[in-house]
Write a protein of this length. Structure first.
Length: 281
């Protein structure tokens, strides 16, 4: 969700370019209230709502991150769209983002509304996210490049995953320090072990830019060889993903072994909650 907030046109671009959806021309995208409740006290709250504007609102886009199958959402999602459409008095769409292909297939099924009415969201699963390797495109759209690295770091072959990760890393280098550091953490954590090993074994004499990042990654790896270094990095990642962490979670991380810390690092991007990421009973 952070990537969509940092680049408000990203959802519309993915609907049009990756999913082939039709949207009206617009000149501005606005992050607005995600409260989609009716006047009656039934609460519907989406992850994010974006208004596309020309002279006024021309289309509403609801963005939902879905990590697992939840049949209840098939009843709630149409209400989200209907309520936003009524609020804006213009067309509205739902974009479901998921890192799991099984969840993507489930979310993409048509929902029968009754009568002649059907509802179907746009679904952005890993297979629909483009593999961004072109450095110019990555610099132009760094959030898309990072999303590409997160989607394909574990799915693509190590060489391809590294190529995608390097394009995203180079794009992130030109951003402000806070965003750059956060995106680097997301990129590195998205790589599978084979891609990490390939990166570290890269011939530094042949890849000027890659060698710079390889040295940076090696330096991080050596620093993280100590449990304290890993705790610091995981705490930063968990905070970025779930917000301020409570003391019980912090103590659990402090006591964890290196193997346990590695396991938490593998779960942090796909876990549905902080407790799931840290495996608290």
């Amino acid at each position: 969700m952070l990537l969509f907030r940092n680049q408000l046109t990203l959802a519309a671009e993915l609907i049009r370019d990756a999913l082939g959806g039709e949207l009206p021309p617009f000149c501005e995208a606005r992050d607005v209230s995600a409260d989609l409740s009716e006047i009656q006290p039934v609460e519907y709250r989406a992850d994010m709502v974006i208004e596309l504007w020309a002279d006024g609102p021309v289309h509403g886009v609801i963005v939902e991150v879905q990590l697992s199958v939840d049949e209840r959402k098939k009843f709630v999602w149409p209400a989200y769209v209907a309520n936003l459409r009524a609020r804006l008095e213009c067309p509205a769409s739902l974009l479901v983002v998921t890192p799991d292909e099984r969840v993507a297939r489930w979310a993409g099924q048509r929902i029968e509304m009754g009568g002649y009415n059907w509802f179907m969201p746009y679904v952005l699963g890993p297979a629909c996210i483009p593999e961004v390797t072109d450095e110019a495109l990555a610099r132009e759209n760094p959030e898309l490049a990072v999303l590409s690295a997160m989607a394909h770091g574990l799915r693509a072959d190590p060489a391809r995953a590294m190529e995608i990760a390097l394009a995203a890393r180079k794009a992130s280098a030109g951003l402000d320090a806070e965003r750059s550091e956060m995106y680097v953490d997301l990129i590195i954590n998205s790589l599978g072990e084979a891609a990490r090993q390939a990166l570290m074994n890269m011939d530094l004499r042949k890849y000027e830019f890659q060698s710079a990042w390889a040295r940076e990654y090696l330096a991080r790896s050596r620093a993280e060889g100590e449990a304290h270094g890993r705790v610091v990095m995981l705490t930063r990642l968990l905070t970025a993903r779930f917000g301020q962490i409570e003391s019980a979670v912090s103590e659990r991380i402090q006591r964890a072994s290196i193997a346990e810390l590695d396991a938490i690092g593998e779960r942090v991007l796909t876990a549905g909650s902080l407790q799931e990421a840290v495996s608290l009973d």
